[in-house]
Design a protein around this ligand. Structure first.
Ligand code: TXA
Ligand code: MG
Length: 324
């Protein structure tokens, strides 16, 4: 059952009092606070264990509110907002005065998006302001795609959980910086590079490895407890045998369906990339719960949603040491 009016009102009351509400979005669940309340925003950072220098995304109810939260909105931003909002696209713009520096991690830019989820939009409309919301997980771990994931990970640290069912997209929003001379993709996500290029009418630079300045850009992020090891598809079965003294979980790509793989847990991946993206973080969590200490995975082709999936798998497999 989707949350009723009473639950939305409860959530609004919590936000007005400076509390934290977990909200469903089409990408992943967010940990929301009043974007204009520095103390409430401060609680997001302590709850996540996230360094305060790492900026949050400001969620608004519609593109018509953009001018309230950002200054000097360029034509490109309007075009992208018009085409992709509500939806899994975040735009980095010049910070408007309403947004405190606590929310932007001290930056003069602000990340903004309109989530495509009826519950999130209902909440934003009822609240009448913006919420700052990172993914509702502890810093560095896998983003939650169900309300249950949030409850298991954050427990009583979150004041209220709005359950809007499982997230439809399953990977986070695509982040595009439109403050420079040309739009730049800072994080691949739910809106594909191909769709962005079609909307813009020109090719986009997607940095292979951007400078480490924001979470999600860190080598190890989106990581389950188990160690994620990336292997070539043709080596998958042999690698599972090589790790036989571990509890191995294997994400099996469709091309290898039917191949005999000996492992503690085997997840056959869907052929459709949208289904794969929707399930990805849940598969990683499930393998953790099944006690796996190693997860073997292969990279999908980096086209369409495959780009975001490959990005998350690489981050999950990244070195654990030196994480901020
Ligand atoms: O789909 C999503 O984007 C989800 C849902 C809840 O909206 N949110 C999310 O938030 O993934 P978070 O905090 O886990 O990731 C936000 C990313 C981080 O990499 C952060 O550094 C970047 O956005 N970001 C935020 N403000 C920025 C800015 N001003 N400049 C550059 N990057 C920024
Ligand atoms: Mg996150």
């Amino acid at each position: 059952m989707p949350p009723g009016t009473e639950e939305i009102q409860n959530a609004v009351d919590v936000l007005r009092a400076g509390g934290l509400v977990a909200i469903p979005t089409e990408t992943v669940y967010g940990l929301a606070a009043d974007a204009e309340n520095p103390r409430a925003v401060g609680r997001i950072f302590t709850t996540k264990g996230r360094p305060p220098s790492h900026p949050l995304i400001v969620h608004i109810a519609g593109a018509e509110q953009l001018a309230d939260w950002a200054d000097d909105v360029p034509e490109t931003a309007r075009l992208l907002a018009e085409r992709f909002w509500p939806g899994p696209l975040t735009l980095v713009l010049r910070r408007g005065r309403r947004v405190p520096l606590e929310t932007t991690g001290g930056l003069e830019t602000v990340a903004i998006r309109v989530p495509d989820h009826p519950v999130a939009l209902e909440l934003l409309t009822a609240f009448g302001r913006a919420v700052a919301a990172p993914s509702a997980n502890r810093f560095g771990s896998v983003s939650p795609t169900t309300a249950e994931h949030v409850r298991l990970e954050l427990g009583d640290d979150v004041d209220f959980v709005l359950d809007g069912g499982p997230c439809g997209v399953g990977v986070e929003s695509t982040i595009v910086d439109v403050t420079g001379p040309a739009p730049t993709v800072l994080r691949p996500g739910g809106v594909t590079r191909e769709d962005l290029e079609a909307a813009l009418g020109h090719a986009l630079a997607v940095p292979a490895s951007s400078p480490v300045r924001v979470p999600g850009q860190h080598p190890s992020h989106y990581a389950p407890r188990a160690r994620v090891v990336l292997v070539e598809p043709q080596d998958l079965a042999a690698e599972a045998v090589r790790y036989a003294d571990h509890k191995v979980g294997v994400l099996v790509p469709p091309a290898l369906a039917g191949t005999a793989i000996e492992a503690h847990a085997v997840v056959p991946l869907p052929a459709d990339l949208a289904d794969y993206a929707r399930g990805l973080f849940g598969y990683l969590r499930d393998l953790d719960h099944q006690g796996c200490d190693v997860i073997l995975a292969t990279l999908p082709e980096e086209q369409g949603l495959g780009l975001a999936i490959a990005n998350r798998l690489r981050r999950a497999a990244g070195p654990r040491t030196g994480e901020a």
